[in-house]
Design a binder for this molecule. Structure first.
Ligand code: NAD
Length: 292
């Protein structure tokens, strides 16, 4: 893998446009990134009435860049105007790269790849932003396996440099190369990692967040644990992180890791309770903390 990381080369036909499926926390971040760096970006929206809200959220990241004088208002508007949306699969044949950032559910994701393959160009690269599901498993019913891989961005996409790139056993070197080229041109730091549940970062991060929940269950306080970890030097504490990521995502990832690694990766019961009570963090305005 180290060898492949170093052997990335520039191609004559780099990826210049992309489609993003899923318009939640991650989808919006990825849409923003591609609108900034690519020529054309399309969003596949399930409910067209949400289109304005999605564009508004994406434009907030540009507002910040304008406010901090990293971009002019005109430049931001130009970039935002590259975004188009479709409720169906219109124009899918014309795009080089399609990434899904939909709900963390193996069957729903697999069904989505079938729908995409029915309408996409056979050369199109199809990627998943899954946090934890094995890419080999997700690719089992994909026809064009050589063009399929995991491209795992981190939250928030505009700030986090690392992207895990995870091939399945049939992903071609050309696909990996093109994805590296895309990510580097978008200012990211791609790293090629082997396929397993949770890849590298979440195999480390989830037990850390889970352990914080166990300490809470033993009677400590949310703010106290977060403050200790901040004083230790992390940019935010584990509960602030869980609210930012989404407790639902944390719970689903923890469940997949528990199924894959057994008792080595248990799930704290407070996470399950919060998931069932829909206390999901920032997205529901209440999680470990409350949000206005
Ligand atoms: P989210 O809950 O914010 O958004 C999920 C999106 O999936 C929404 O747009 C929703 O409309 C859509 N969706 C729900 N059910 C669907 C269905 N049946 N068919 C098609 N679309 C459906 O989730 P998110 O946090 O953006 O996570 C999306 C993906 O990215 C997941 O695979 C997750 O594991 C991964 N991921 C999340 C984070 C994070 O910090 N939240 C980080 C990296 C990767």
């Amino acid at each position: 893998f180290e060898k492949l990381n170093k052997n990335y080369t520039k191609t004559s036909n780099p990826i210049s446009n992309a489609i993003v499926l899923g318009n939640g926390v991650m989808g919006k971040g990825i849409i923003w990134l591609f609108s900034k760096y690519l020529d054309d970006v399309r969003i596949k929206i399930r409910d067209i009435s949400q289109a304005n809200e999605i564009i508004k959220d994406v434009s907030k990241i540009y507002d910040y860049l304008v406010k901090t004088r990293k971009m002019t208002k005109n430049q931001a508007e130009f970039k935002l105007n590259k975004i188009s949306y479709t409720q169906d699969f219109i124009g899918f044949k014309n795009f080089d790269f399609i990434i899904e950032a939909i709900v963390e559910d193996e069957n729903i994701k697999k069904q989505t790849y079938k729908e995409i393959e029915n309408v996409a160009n056979e050369n199109t690269i199809i990627a998943t932003n899954t946090s934890s599901i094995s890419i080999e498993k997700l690719s089992s019913e994909v026809k064009n396996k050589e063009n399929f891989l995991g491209v795992h961005f981190f939250n928030p996409v505009n700030l986090m440099p690392l992207v895990e790139v995870i091939p399945n056993s049939n992903t071609s070197k050309e696909t990996i190369n093109k994805v590296f080229e895309l990510l580097i041109s978008c200012g990211k730091t791609p790293i090629l990692v082997g396929d397993c549940a949770g890849f590298i970062v979440n195999r480390i991060l989830l037990p850390y967040m889970n352990e914080a929940a166990f300490i809470l269950e033993q009677g400590s306080k949310i703010e106290r644990i977060d403050n200790v970890i901040k004083d230790f030097g992390m940019p935010m504490g584990p509960f602030t992180l869980a609210d930012t990521v989404g407790v639902d995502i944390g719970y689903k990832v923890a469940t997949i890791l528990n199924e894959s690694y057994g008792s080595r990766m248990p799930i704290a019961s407070i996470i399950e309770k919060m998931y069932n009570a829909k206390l999901l963090g920032e997205k529901t305005k209440a999680g470990f903390y409350e949000y206005a």
